[in-house]
Design a protein around this ligand. Structure first.
Ligand code: CTP
Length: 405
């Protein structure tokens, strides 16, 4: 998705500067041309050699060390995006005030490309009204801000201010630069395995990690959609997604029954338990009472329920996790549950399905050709599926219903 895009990566002087190296590597891996710019402060934290070795060009640090007399305008004008990782309070202040004090601030003022800043600092600094006012000013001017995470900080204390993860930063880059073919759509994605309580401490669970659902959320956001994730797991939420934490099949059903009627696309990638204990014991079942008999009952088939009341124009995507007769079983689920598309995977194959970072799938659509996607990362699977979703919607002439983006 980032192939051939020119990204100026500004690195400022904070302890999180070392994480910019990982961001740089990921951007280059995704096909971007990364032009690194370091401030003087950044050089206290990482060496130029490290970033030069991983970026597409050697690091630049000064307005004065280039043969060309106008590198600041050149860098800013040629960029598809300027990304600052980490952005210190000083950088945010200078940028908000329009001060051109070094090559990076010059580049920021000279560019018309989108800008993403990723602040990182101690909690007290992050919360200071001056910093928050500067961020509000930058936001008002259209600068994208990847908010810091909460967590352990360099001084050993904890709080908000820790640089966002490289995943979140790269996802925001993809969102800002990505194709906008889902702009205006509301996409609801379910992710993870449900947990059905047996007693106060035990659950009936499954091996679903939620990674495929989160990859769908990130991909849909990257294409301009508004995304709501109904999730049983605690993975980092892709920047911009709304999250609905749930645990049981009943909670997932309630959330989806509420969200799906107005959604343009529903992707049901969660692994819903098919059976749950009829009643959960309120306390912990003690073992000296003997082996308990746990009576199970079927859970509602959430997806079949959504298919039965599917509104006109909605695209409903289901999954089929199979260990045999992949295509026949998936085709039957596609029809039975009134889906537009089903993503079938043989979860007994190596590297496929539950818990892996990779997947291999066959995508079946009502009345269309099967598309086989061989083993690849889950984001690429999401991309392939959403390509077909967009194709189906374009064929139906579906209109955009969500204008809140
Ligand atoms: N699904 C659901 N509610 C359930 C069970 C499954 O919404 N109670 C959804 C899953 O999220 C998935 C699709 O139905 O998108 C197919 O799930 P799968 O486990 O492959 O099939 P089942 O319908 O449960 O049938 P079986 O277990 O017999 O294969």
């Amino acid at each position: 998705m980032l192939s051939g895009r020119r990204i100026v990566l500004g690195v400022t002087g904070g302890i999180a500067a070392y994480k910019a190296v990982e961001v740089c590597r990921r951007l280059v891996d995704a096909g971007a041309h990364v032009v690194p710019v370091m401030t003087k402060g950044a050089e206290h934290f990482i060496g130029r050699t490290t970033l030069s070795a991983l970026a597409s060009e050697p690091v630049q640090t000064s307005l004065w060390d280039e043969a060309s007399p106008i590198p600041h305008t050149k860098l800013g004008q040629g960029a598809d995006l300027v990304l600052v990782v980490p952005a210190t309070a000083r950088l945010l202040g200078a940028y908000a005030a329009g001060l051109s004090t070094d090559l990076l601030t010059n580049t920021l003022l000279a560019t018309r490309a989108p800008v993403i800043v990723c602040p990182a600092m101690h909690t007290e600094m992050w919360e200071h009204p001056a910093v928050q006012d500067n961020l509000a000013t930058l936001r008002r001017r259209g600068v994208h801000v990847v908010e810091p995470d909460e967590g352990r900080l360099a001084g050993g204390d904890a709080g908000k201010g820790r640089l966002a993860t490289p995943e979140r930063i790269v996802a925001e880059v993809e969102r800002v630069l990505g194709p906008r073919d889902m702009q205006g759509l509301h996409v609801v994605v379910s992710a993870g395995g449900t947990r059905e309580p047996i007693d106060a401490v035990r659950v009936v669970a499954n091996r679903s990690s939620g990674k495929q659902g989160y990859a769908f959320a990130a991909e849909a956001l990257g294409r301009g959609a508004r995304v709501t994730l109904v999730s049983t797991v605690e993975l980092p939420v892709p920047s911009g997604a709304a999250i609905r934490p749930v645990e049981t099949a009943a909670q997932m059903q309630a959330a989806l029954d509420e969200l799906a009627p107005t959604a343009d696309v529903v992707v049901m990638s969660a692994a819903v338990a098919d059976f749950r204990p009829v009643a959960a014991a309120t306390g912990k079942i003690k073992k000296d009472a003997g082996v308990p008999e746990i009576v199970l009952e079927p859970t509602p088939d959430i997806l079949a329920g959504l298919g039965a009341v599917k509104p006109a124009g909605q695209t409903l995507v289901g999954f089929a996790a199979e260990t045999s007769d992949l295509i026949a079983n998936a085709e039957s689920k596609l029809r039975r549950k009134n889906l537009d598309l089903i993503v079938a995977n043989d979860v007994s194959a190596p590297g496929v399905g539950f818990q892996h970072d990779t997947n291999a799938v066959t995508i079946l659509r009502a009345g269309g050709e099967a598309v086989i996607v061989s083993l690849t990362d889950k984001r690429a699977i999401a991309r392939a599926v959403l390509d077909i979703v967009c194709e189906i919607r374009a064929g139906q002439g579906s209109s955009v219903t969500d204008t809140a983006v």
